[in-house]
Design a protein around this ligand. Structure first.
Ligand code: PEP
Length: 250
C-alpha cells in the first residue's frame, strides 16, 4: 500500500498575528495544488480561527499543538477536541517532547489526549522518541515501547488507522543535530514492526513522520527512507521558502 507523504509544520510559540498570516499566505501561494505530500501547519491556538478561515477550501490542513484529555469543564488553560474541531483542525500533536519534558506530561496523559482526538475525529500526531541519555544507555526501543503501549492499552491498535506517529529523537529537536537516515529508518522500521505484530494492515498504512532538525538540505534523504513517510518540522517551518522546499522533497 502506498502511503501518502505528510509534512507538518509545528510553529510552537512563535509568530505574531501578522507574521502568522503572512507565513500562511506565503505557503498557500507557493505550494503547488498537485503537491505529492499532504501538508499541514500547527500554529499557536490563538491564531487558529483566523488561519482556519484562510485555509477554507485549500489543500493545507490545520492542526493544533496539543488537545485536552477532557471535553469541557474546569480545566484551566486547556483546549478541547470539540473546540478544535469547530475551528477546522484536522490534526492535533500529542506527546511532543516539550510537553513531556518541560510540562511533565506522562504517557498516561498523552494517551488520554490521543483518545480524545480520535473520539472527535481529529487525527493525533502522536510523538515518541528518546532522550540522548536514553539512546546512550541503549534504551531507545524500550522507551518507545512504553510510549506506544500507553496508547495501545487505552485505544487499541485499530485507533492507529486514524492516527499518525512522529518519531522525534529528543536530542535532534531544535539542536541542528539530525538523526542519520539510517538511525531514523531503524527506529521507524522498529515502530512499524511492533504495530505489525498486532495488525499488519494497520502497520502498513500508518504514516510515521520523522522530526528533529529537518531542513531543506536533509529532507529528501530522510524522506527517501522506506519507513519515513514525511516530517514534523519545527524551526524550518517558520520560513516559507525552507518549509516549501521540505514539502516538495517529500
Ligand atoms: C519539533 O519540535 O517537532 C521539531 C522537530 O523541531 P525542529 O525541527 O526545530 O528540530
Amino acid at each position: 500500500m502506498a502511503r501518502r507523504p505528510l509534512v507538518v509544520g509545528n510553529w510552537k510559540m512563535n509568530c505574531t498575528r501578522a507574521t502568522a498570516q503572512q507565513l500562511l499566505a506565503d505557503l498557500l501561494a507557493g505550494l503547488p495544488t498537485d503537491a505529492k505530500a499532504q501538508v499541514g501547519v500547527c500554529p499557536a491556538y490563538v491564531f487558529i480561527p483566523e488561519l482556519g478561515a484562510m485555509l477554507a477550501g485549500k489543500t493545507i490542513a490545520l492542526g493544533a499543538q496539543n488537545v485536552a484529555d477532557q471535553d469541557q469543564g474546569a480545566f484551566t488553560g486547556e483546549i478541547s477536541a470539540p473546540m478544535l474541531k469547530e475551528f477546522g483542525c484536522a490534526y492535533a500533536i500529542v506527546g511532543h517532547s516539550e510537553r513531556r519534558l518541560v510540562y511533565g506530561e506522562t504517557n498516561a496523559l498523552v494517551a488520554a489526549r490521543y483518545a480524545k482526538a480520535i473520539e472527535h475525529g481529529i487525527t493525533p500526531i502522536f510523538c515518541v522518541g528518546e532522550t540522548l541519555e536514553e539512546r546512550e544507555q541503549d534504551k531507545t526501543f524500550a522507551v518507545i515501547d512504553e510510549q506506544l503501549q500507553a496508547v495501545l492499552d487505552l485505544c487499541g491498535v485499530a485507533s492507529l488507522s486514524q492516527a499518525v506517529i512522529a518519531y522525534e529523537p529528543v536530542w535532534a529537536i531544535g539542536t541542528g543535530r539530525t538523526a542519520t537516515t539510517e538511525q531514523a529508518q531503524e527506529v521507524h522500521a522498529y515502530i512499524r514492526a511492533q504495530i505489525a505484530k498486532l495488525d499488519a494492515e494497520v502497520a502498513e498504512g500508518l504514516q510515521i513522520l520523522y522530526g528533529g532538525s529537518v531542513k531543506a538540505d536533509n529532507a529528501a534523504a530522510l524522506f527517501g527512507m522506506p519507513d519515513v513517510d514525511g516530517g514534523l518540522v519545527g524551526g524550518a517551518s517558520l520560513d516559507a521558502k525552507s518549509f516549501l522546499a521540505i514539502c516538495l522533497a517529500a
